[in-house]
Design a binder for this molecule. Sequence first.
Ligand code: NAD
Length: 488
Amino acid sequence: MTLPNYINSQWCTSSATEYLDVINPATAEILAKVPLSPASEVNQAVQAAAEAFVSWRRTPPTERVQYLFRLKNLLEENLEDLARTITTECGKTLAESKGEMRRAIENVEVACGIPMMMQGTNLEDIARGIDEMMIRQPLGVAAVIAPFNFPGMIPFWFMPYALACGNTYIVKPSEKVPLTMQKIFQLLEKTGLPQGVVNLVNGAKEAVDAILDHPKIRAISFVGSTPVAKYIYSRAAANGKRVQCQGGAKNPLIVLPDADLEMTTPIAADSAFGCAGQRCLAASVAVTVGEARRTFTEAIAETAKKRVVGNGLDQGVEMGPVITSESKARIESLIQKGSDEGATVLVDGRHPNISSYEKGNFIRPTILQDVNPTGEIARTEIFGPVLSVIHLDTIEQAIALVNSGQYGNMACLFTTSGAAARKFRYEAEAGNIGINIGVAAPMAFFPFSGWKESFFGDLHGQSNHAVEFFTQTKVVVERWPKDWSRQF
Ligand code: NAD
């Protein structure tokens, strides 16, 4: 099956000369062929979106959100099917895929509040008889360039807000996982959104570059790896666009000696090994302080060994495969690198035998102990089910280690001390902080606040940040003549 694009409310066959296989990472089965759409198809989508913008921005916000209410209901009704599609193309477990869609739906729900959220401000009598107001207006055509690891959720950090604010939209999904957006666009079609308001263009670099350069695209949201985030940020900004880029991560999790281990261990394991470690909020380094060195390391090693690995569609499976065979090879070579740098491979997940799925890209949970804090493995984003354990003596040293990293997506602390928690919350240089939480993912009504090389831009995805990102402010200063007799 070759996948179509959705442009101007039509499903259209791409004129691409190159197609990529979409592969089920658990079975290696080819699921579909995705077109690497040429720039001309991005241009068609932009033209359609630009034409649709003329009347969409004039549609009252109260009417615009009716389409989102319909979308929410359709997403709920189709949640099981969407989750199965995510698992089939992306590999995570069915429960993880359902959780992902739940997060997508929450963003639709929040964006339904746009008649309140998009309001401006005003002040009477900024000078005698003069009033001033600030109005929010939509920008025009906006686009998202999405990564592979949350094919259903990530476009929803942006799209519902963009539409509710009166913009028209283009989604460029990851070419590795394009099937989920095909289904979501079938649902968007059912909402009856006017022609051209939402568009789907599949592809890779050529399509992305066309988005970055198109003069009629006003705003771009990107989520993916840091090198590509930097590229997108600089090229889109050079073209005068509003741009927000969420990048990679290397998330530390500190375990203090007073942490409740019974609670901490499964949470830490879920963070490190959930979604096979392919979450931008996955714990990648555990820093044990003092006595936690022995107790936590023993407990997490036991938990890691027990994790059930297999096809995410099968019942009882707790961890699926990684996305591609190249990814698997890269992760396995990084485990070797950690060992070469002096770490002990305490739990070795390389080359597992997963019965019935010999062709899948599986790696079992892996724990590297005594990782060199200044080595490559302590700093590189692995994006696989590998937890590096580093031991330090004090919370100050642990916070210093957290703050020395290039990324700042998330940092977590496990403790029963309020004072330690406050110190960490105050001093840790990361945009998302977890206190006895392993995946500190902001709900839709909070911004997704990465820092440092995990984020390039000012306004983040979700919540009021998204409303600000997808609107431009207009200030009106007003004075009216006082001669009443001339008016009545
Ligand atoms: P990626 O950077 O390889 O790809 C992301 C998107 O960019 C895709 O749509 C792809 O087609 C496009 N792209 C890739 N290379 C390009 C190039 N040279 N020129 C133009 N476009 C290009 O990322 P990925 O492997 O799909 O996703 C994993 C990464 O995403 C990880 O680094 C992860 O940490 C990050 N991520 C971050 C967040 C966050 O919120 N910070 C969330 C999810 C994923």
